[in-house]
Write a protein that binds this ligand. Structure first.
Ligand code: HEM
Length: 467
């Protein structure tokens, strides 16, 4: 190991302070309720006192409700996989999301979810994800051309990545269909994010449905307009298919065809619900991961040099789906960034009936909470947990990672359906931008803050120079 390797092994990316505590008790017990809510408003990551990073499990009773906080892989497996039929989404989460996503896959439960998951799984087969590689590549290259005009300037990585991942997703969903005003749709999405915080699967902790939201009326109007826009496009595409016209193999076409073989096609409403669900679940999560990745690389010159070595070696005509083969270290960098900054920082469920796990009784109604932020930094599961060490995901060392210790995409039957799509997209964007530009951070270190996703506290200003 060289000296600079050793120094880099100890790079600790920014993280908020941890309150010290002796027991994993609800923080209200030593912070007081008022201070607790202040901390929650500032940054919900800070309510995890240091003891949670050492203890595997804690039963908490808080504001009249029972919680089981678990960072024990066996227990997590029980709740999210083995006995998942006994666990549903919490009332609060559903109250927030259902008005927006209706019967979309992220919120659907029971038979509705089973049917939709079955119909949508073929949409994300390796063949289809690979098929989206060309579109991802084209949009990323176009964006690189636009960024070239900003050489020497400072850009907000947050804004750039949100715009780029939105463009990629829209291109994969609707293929720049002439019947679709993508610019209008983008404006609506951006406005929706401004007024409500984009409704999202992970809007769990600080957003009870009964809290009146700033801009809720406007948010509802925007959602209705977006639904109408997608609905009109779906109807036009259906007609084109019926007349035998050749149509692009994008998400819209795939959803219109989904379930047809089994004679269980999705209804028009389900198609709209799921297209909007893919936007809600796949846009910001991917953008945040990319932003953190570029920031962390800007702080770790040795890691960046290895990544550049790989991206420069990618053949120009390489298929996007093969990038992971050309870029094994870069792939490990992304996994390590997802460990340190999981875009979806919390998984939770609510027990339906009484259950028992690991000798603990779970009463009906108990909320099970797994903070992936804590899990991914748990002292019993990771060496040097707060340090950036992509090598931990490589070779023999990668094999030693305990099962269910790394869950950026969740687990079990409700594991992220877009995981391989997202990984492919991230590698394409990294390759196309890093082949052309040096990106240097010019602002203060961004702090991770848990909002809808785990986001940086600053716009992450970076200076962009041609290489
Ligand atoms: C880095 C990017 C992404 C991250 C970190 C991420 C994370 C997650 C996680 C943790 C879950 C499980 C939530 C739970 O069990 O409560 C999930 C579910 C889901 N994700 Fe992703 N996701 C990403 C990208 C995407 C993309 C690109 C799409 C679609 C194009 C997508 C669509 C979905 C859907 C539809 C579900 C619900 C699946 C179900 O319940 O059956 N995600 N995602």
């Amino acid at each position: 190991m060289t000296t600079s390797d050793a120094a880099e092994r100890h790079y600790i990316p920014p993280m908020p302070p941890r309150i010290k505590a002796r027991k994993p008790t609800p923080v209200t017990q030593f912070l007081g309720t008022v201070r607790y809510f202040k901390v929650m408003a500032r940054n919900p990551l800070e309510v995890w006192s240091d003891v949670f990073y050492r203890e595997p499990v804690a039963n908490l009773r808080f504001l009249g409700r029972d919680y089981l906080v678990t960072h024990d892989p066996a227990m997590i497996r029980h709740v999210f996989v083995t006995n998942q039929e006994n666990y549903r989404f919490s009332y609060v989460r559903q109250a927030v999301l259902v008005p927006f996503l209706r019967d979309g896959l992220v919120v659907a439960e029971g038979e509705t979810w089973k049917r939709a998951r079955k119909a949508l799984t073929p949409v994300f087969t390796p063949r289809h994800v690979k098929g989206f590689g060309g579109v991802m590549d084209q949009v990323a290259r176009e964006r690189a051309d636009e960024l070239a005009a900003k050489a020497g300037q400072t850009v907000s990585m947050t804004e750039e990545m949100l715009a780029l991942t939105l463009d990629i997703l829209l291109a994969c969903l609707f293929s720049h269909d002439a019947d679709f005003d993508a610019a209008l749709f983008s404006r609506r999405i951006n406005r929706l994010m401004d007024v409500s915080g984009m409704p999202h699967p992970f809007d769990l902790v600080q957003a009870p449905g009964w809290v009146p939201r700033v801009g809720r009326t406007e948010a509802t109007r925007l959602i209705n307009e977006m639904r109408a826009q997608v609905g009109a496009l779906a109807a036009a595409r259906r007609k084109r298919i019926a007349t035998g016209e050749t149509v692009p193999e994008d998400f819209l076409t795939l959803l219109l065809q989904a379930g047809q073989k089994e004679d269980a096609p999705l209804s028009d409403d389900e198609i709209i619900d799921n297209l909007l669900t893919f936007m809600a679940a796949g846009h910001e999560t991917t953008a945040r991961t990319l932003t953190w990745t570029f920031y962390v690389l800007s702080q770790t010159p040795d890691a960046l040099a290895r990544v550049l070595g790989e991206v420069d070696g990618v053949p120009d005509d390489a298929n996007a789906s093969a990038l992971a083969d050309h870029m094994p270290y870069t792939n490990a960098v992304v996994k390590e960034v997802m460990r340190l900054y999981p875009a979806a920082a919390q998984l939770s469920r609510q027990a339906v009936d009484a259950d028992e796990v690991g000798g603990r009784q779970i009463a009906p109604g108990t909320e099970i909470v797994t903070s992936t932020w804590v899990l991914h930094r748990h002292e019993s599961l990771w060496d040097n947990p707060d340090a950036f060490e992509p090598e931990r995901f490589m070779g023999a060392r990668g094999e030693t990672i305990p099962r269910h210790a790394w869950l950026p995409f969740g687990l079990g039957p409700r594991v992220c359906i877009g995981a391989s799509f997202a990984m492919q997209e991230i590698l394409v964007v990294m390759a196309r931008l890093l082949q052309r530009f040096t990106l240097s951070s010019v602002g203060p270190a961004p702090m991770p803050i848990m909002r809808i996703t785990l986001q940086p506290s600053t716009p992450v200003p970076m200076r962009i120079e041609p290489r």
